[in-house]
Design a protein around this ligand. Structure first.
Ligand code: PLP
Length: 420
């Protein structure tokens, strides 16, 4: 398998020269919180297969829902037609998202959900007589995906700098500083269409937490200066922070909200951009007025994905999952303190079931994060670092004993590598 992989595949965010030189794992199956490789070895999925797995792998209820949908139809387009699961899912989503969001536009992943939010914000300003409002405010260190539009509102130099000649310019403000934001809004609000934020935590930047009240202040300032607020809940949505959406911690309703990753329980690529009645109405008119939103991906509203998402939302209720998550969060709050016994752990940041453990005193060339996750594999856990930050994002329904094991492996792996 791995020979064929090395011959034919190009892996994302991966220096392939390094990949080709080293041993690699190939995953064959999953079960609950565990992944199994082709040699039958078992690993805790400590990052929920890139922050998506909600109810564990091979969940019976979601499997059954997908199989039942498969017996009806696997795919049918939303361009000019409706399909049953996409309608049912939209109805369910509107019930659980922050108040005021009433329309659902589907796509495939976080990046496309963000692209859509940016285009809707821009077009709605254009179509309501605010033609000069063409720019976006974004946070320093932001990450909203890898397509050109979402990179344009990103702020992680390592990923984004090279592409600068291809990007549209956005206005960057420091995260967590409402005064700096107001200074920009005061001067330039007439040219700003929208502001985009990751709520409460900048995940890909290394789990950087925002001060309490910041999101609320952003909402207040966007309203005051007539700028639309886009909240990117791609990483934080669907229970990850302890509430269904991070916005709820601060009682905030955005004008546009992006969701993806956990929407289908982490099973299939479905994303959605939700918006208000007011923004939706800016797109209404006679066909010849050309006010429609000219955007749509081939697999938009895919029935299999929507069926998985419906089953996932059902499981949240049935399993009282948010209560379980609350208990895991409480346990982590004290258990994580142990990590400070390790000399090179400089900070442990936690929001719900999102954890970043920052290791200090290493150069980028030492690749300390990478070395720690290789050590963790030997001890039975799959992790993926963000530079020198070790990330933990277990499935939301992880059992207490599994969570304890994940923490033990993380502790031992950091210790083994940093004290070696
Ligand atoms: C906040 C946020 N937005 C957008 C994205 C992009 O999502 P995708 O990788 O599904 O395109 C990510 C991915 O990690 C993310 O964390």
């Amino acid at each position: 398998m791995i020979d064929k992989d090395k011959r034919h595949l190009w892996h994302p965010f991966t220096q392939m020269q390094d990949w080709l030189r080293n041993d690699q794992l190939v995953i064959e199956r999953g079960d609950g919180s565990y992944l199994y490789d082709t040699d039958g070895n078992k690993y805790i999925d400590g990052v929920s297969s890139l922050w998506v797995t909600v109810h564990g792998h091979r969940n019976k209820i979601i499997n059954k829902a997908i199989k039942a949908q498969l017996d009806k139809v696997a795919h049918s387009t939303l361009l000019g037609l409706g399909n049953v699961p996409s309608i049912e899912l939209a109805k369910e989503l509107v019930k659980i998202v922050p108040k005021g969001l009433s329309k659902v536009f589907y796509s495939d992943d976080g990046s496309t959900a963000v692209e859509i939010a940016l285009k809707i914000a821009f077009q709605s300003q254009q179509q309501t007589g605010q033609r000069k409002k063409t720019k976006f405010i974004t946070l320093k260190n932001a990450y909203h995906g890898d397509t050109i539009g979402s990179v344009s509102v990103g702020g992680i130099d390592l990923f984004h700098k090279l592409y600068r000649p291809l990007l549209f310019k956005s206005i960057k403000v420091p995260a967590g500083d409402p005064k700096a934001l107001e200074a920009v809004l005061k001067k330039r609000h007439h040219e700003i269409a929208a502001m985009i934020v990751e709520p409460l935590v900048q995940a890909a930047a290394g789990m950087l937490l925002q001060p309490k009240g910041y999101l609320k202040a952003v909402r207040r300032l966007c309203t005051k200066y007539n700028v639309l607020l886009i909240v990117d809940e791609v990483a934080t949505g669907f229970g990850r922070t302890g509430k269904m959406f991070a916005c709820e911690h601060e009682g905030v309703s955005p004008d546009l909200m992006c969701v993806a990753k956990g929407l289908t329980g982490g099973y299939l690529p479905v994303a959605a951009t939700l918006t208000t009645e007011k923004i939706y109405k800016a797109f209404l008119g006679r066909p010849e007025e050309n006010k429609a939103f000219f955007h749509g991906h081939t697999f938009t509203g895919n029935p299999l994905g929507c069926a998985a998402a419906l089953a996932s939302l059902q499981l949240f209720k049935q399993d009282k999952l948010l209560n379980k998550v609350g208990r895991s969060i409480k346990f982590l709050e004290t258990a994580l303190l142990d990590l400070y016994k390790l000399e090179r752990v400089v900070e442990v940041r936690q929001l719900g079931l999102m954890v970043g453990i920052e290791l200090g005193g290493y150069s980028a060339a030492e690749r300390i994060g990478h070395r720690v996750i290789l050590e963790a594999r030997k001890r039975g856990a799959i992790l993926r670092p963000l530079g020198d930050v070790i990330v933990l994002m277990p499935p939301l329904n992880i059992k207490r004993a599994e969570l304890e094991k994940l923490l033990r492996v993380t502790y031992d792996s950091i210790r083994a590598v940093t004290e070696r």
